[in-house]
Write a protein that binds this ligand. Sequence first.
Ligand code: VGL
Ligand code: ZN
Length: 197
Amino acid sequence: MSHALIVIDVQNDFCPGGALAVAGGNDIVSPINALMADFDAVILTQDWHPAGHSSFATTHSADPMSVIDMPYGPQVLWPDHCIQGSEGAAFHQDLNVDAADMIIRKGYNPAIDSYSAFFENDHTTPTGLTGYLNTRGIDTLTLMGLATDFCVNYSAVDAAKLGFNVTVRTDLCRAIDFDGSLAAAVDAMKTAGVDVV
Ligand code: VGL
Ligand code: ZN
């Protein structure tokens, strides 16, 4: 059994002061760093959107947090966030990025959002992470990071569907919790067979 830690989107824009701030997002950084040495591999994800991304409310002249129908299904429209190369897209300054074996970026396709570390929101286009984990013989994953109800949730559900043993450490996640999204996410993860602790 080879066990990877996957740290989801611990980036400035998801921390207090950021464009899509998640309350308490910065509180999880030190405890995440402290866990890294316990794993066979450490993987970080980085939300990485081009300016004018289709998940941005400004792109559609719509209100942030409104929902539109995209060809792949409903899409929440977010404030502009995690624009490639910006300070908001950078990892939190205290995150131990040097400990990462692998950094996987997602959301770079202008037409499709990508909450999950495994597939874009069409649930079809792969990011390549599955191949990376499989070729390294990793079968067990512990996930944490931001935000519980979006990128952590989608990543955990996809990982479980792909056959990995998946644990989500909710104490080391923080949620956006918009319109019941946190409760729905916990349900979805449990239904998919994720160990939500
Ligand atoms: C996320 C909304 C938009 C996340 C990313 O990291 O959970 N949420 N982009
Ligand atoms: Zn995003």
